[in-house]
Design a protein around this ligand. Structure first.
Ligand code: FAM
Length: 481
């Protein structure tokens, strides 16, 4: 089937059965330990979450449902004439665990055309009595098709779900220009809560077994709306409030997003396909995914929970690092100019560290090697912008920063992460507004968070509630006096 919801519905019972059997045998098997260090150390290293969509290996980096980034680049469908994977394909993979066909990916971007057989099935499903339609048969058919298209979710995929409620557009248009784009983004997402099908169904008493179906609908609606929200923010802040234009159902999600932002370069579209693919997911414990999962565990709908995740992504140690990197690179260029030497770069990095700041784009809580998301962006740059001076600066920093961070002694991972590279690629295609970069990250991260939230509801996961303790009680517990 090219219908993701049908494919997912077929997967869920088997997954529930497997977990049930596993838990019946291993619920009491110990899988880790908690030390005092971990209690104070941001829960680093505590195994406490099951997240199905991706797994992060400290040495190798991320795998989405078992596939590395290079494997995704090879195996996921790309756009006609393009080389980079379509984010829609990764979403399908994260939701179902299976690599989609081109037709499945297309159906997700575009929705499906109602053919005659489907139409007659719908007539049957809606229980219409054709005989009473008389002379108005065809016009009623047209009305019914419209009704079905707008009132059922079956055929409304991303291109068809992108409209925003008017109060959200009004709110975005009224935000002051000094409100950070991520604050605007989070607030607009949360305000879409008025559209939540889950919240409505819950208030009407829907059964727990059906939660995932409404969560799925909200997930697809939210993913479809994000580029529109993001593009309105961009146009309001940097393009005099010009219109984002209409969605083209023949274009994929990334291509529509790029044209709503006001860009046309096909290479930039390719970059965005890659960008929106690699930022989707980084297993469950990172701040944005974890915040989203935590809030969703209270059965807050997808808009509320993803809005919470985006408030976390907006922090400088997490998603805002891509903005911070560009600020840092510009400072280097302003101070040293293009003719810098590696020794001057080293000195600049030491100065940054001695002033108490972190080197943005370097380090990671889990990774212990160069982030493969950095590597694939570097490969893109080597292919498309090898002579770009900002790319050269990023490459030169790669030569000097790891040794400096190692010398510092306390940094566990001296290697670059995803954010060290993304900004220079965007700048090359003339997207210069670095304050906006984290919004792009946020559009992408929805694919992972939404795939996970659907599974949270399908598996009936409970409200999250880890135990906390006071220092006094902890001291007593371990016999410290
Ligand atoms: N520059 C300077 N100091 C750093 C550093 C860096 N890039 N990375 C880590 N450290 C310091 C860290 O601040 C800590 O110092 P204190 O003990 O004085 O507090 C020490 O090294 C040990 O930290 P760690 O265990 O190696 O890292 P954490 O797991 O605590 O933190 C990061 C991980 C990502 C928050 C940290 O490496 C960092 O601040 N990096 C720079 C910001 C950044 O690039 N964030 C983006 C991460 C990215 F993958 C994402 O989420 N999008």
């Amino acid at each position: 089937s090219t219908n993701l919801k049908d494919v997912l519905a077929a997967e869920i019972p088997e997954q529930i059965r497997e977990i049930k059997e596993f838990r019946s045998k291993h619920n009491n098997t110990v899988v880790g330990d908690v030390t005092v260090d971990k209690v104070y150390g941001g829960m680093r290293g505590i195994l406490g979450l099951a997240t199905e969509t991706s797994l992060l290996d400290p040495e190798e980096g991320i795998r989405f449902r078992g596939l590395s980034i290079p494997e995704c680049q090879k195996m996921l469908p790309s756009a006609p004439g393009g080389a980079e994977p379509l984010p829609e394909g990764l979403f399908w993979l994260m939701v179902t665990g299976k690599v989609p066909s081109e037709a499945q990916v297309k159906a997700l971007s575009k929705g499906q055309v109602v053919n005659e057989k489907m139409f007659l099935t719908l007539l049957y499903v809606y229980g219409c009595d054709l005989t009473c339609w008389g002379d108005d048969y065809w016009s009623n058919c047209v009305d019914l098709t419209g009704f079905v298209l707008t009132n059922t979710s079956i055929f409304q995929e991303w291109a068809n779900r992108a409209d925003l409620p008017s109060h959200v557009v009004t709110m975005l248009n009224n935000f002051p220009a000094n409100l950070h784009p991520m604050a605007q983004f989070s607030a607009a997402i949360i305000a879409c809560n008025s559209e939540s099908k889950f919240a409505k169904a819950y208030s009407e008493g829907v059964k727990k077994a059906a939660y995932w179906e409404y969560t799925y609908e909200d997930a697809l609606d939210l993913i479809a709306k994000l580029p529109t929200i993001a593009a309105i923010i961009y146009r309001n802040l940097y393009r005099d409030g010009t219109s984002v234009g209409a969605i083209d159902p023949n274009k994929d999600w990334a291509a529509n997003f790029v044209s709503m932002l006001g860009y046309e370069d096909p290479q930039f579209v390719e970059l965005m396909r890659l960008y929106l693919t690699i930022h989707t997911d980084h297993e469950g414990g990172n701040v944005s995914a974890h915040a989203c999962h935590l809030v969703a565990s209270a059965l807050s709908d997808n808009y509320l929970s993803y809005g919470a995740g985006m408030c976390g992504l907006a922090g400088p140690l997490h998603g805002l690092a891509n903005q911070e990197v560009l600020v840092f690179l510009n400072k280097v260029m302003n101070e040293l100019g293009q003719g810098y030497t590696l020794d001057q770069l080293k000195e600049f990095v030491w100065k940054t560290l001695k002033s108490g700041q972190v080197v943005p784009g370097y380090g990671h809580a889990v990774l212990r090697k160069t982030d493969p998301r950095y590597t694939c962006q570097r490969e893109f740059a080597l292919k498309h912008l090898p002579e770009d001076p900002m790319f050269k600066l990023v490459s030169d920093l790669y030569k000097v920063v790891p040794d400096i961070l190692l010398e510092l002694g306390k940094v566990k991972n001296p290697w670059p992460n995803v954010d060290a590279h993304s900004g220079v690629l965007l700048q090359y295609y003339n997207m210069m507004e670095m304050n906006y970069y984290t919004v792009l990250f946020g559009v992408s991260r929805a694919l992972g968070c939404m795939a996970s939230t659907i599974w949270d509801r399908a598996l009936g996961l409970p409200i999250e509630r880890p135990k906390s303790i006071t220092t006094k009680a902890l001291m007593k517990k371990v016999g410290f006096s």
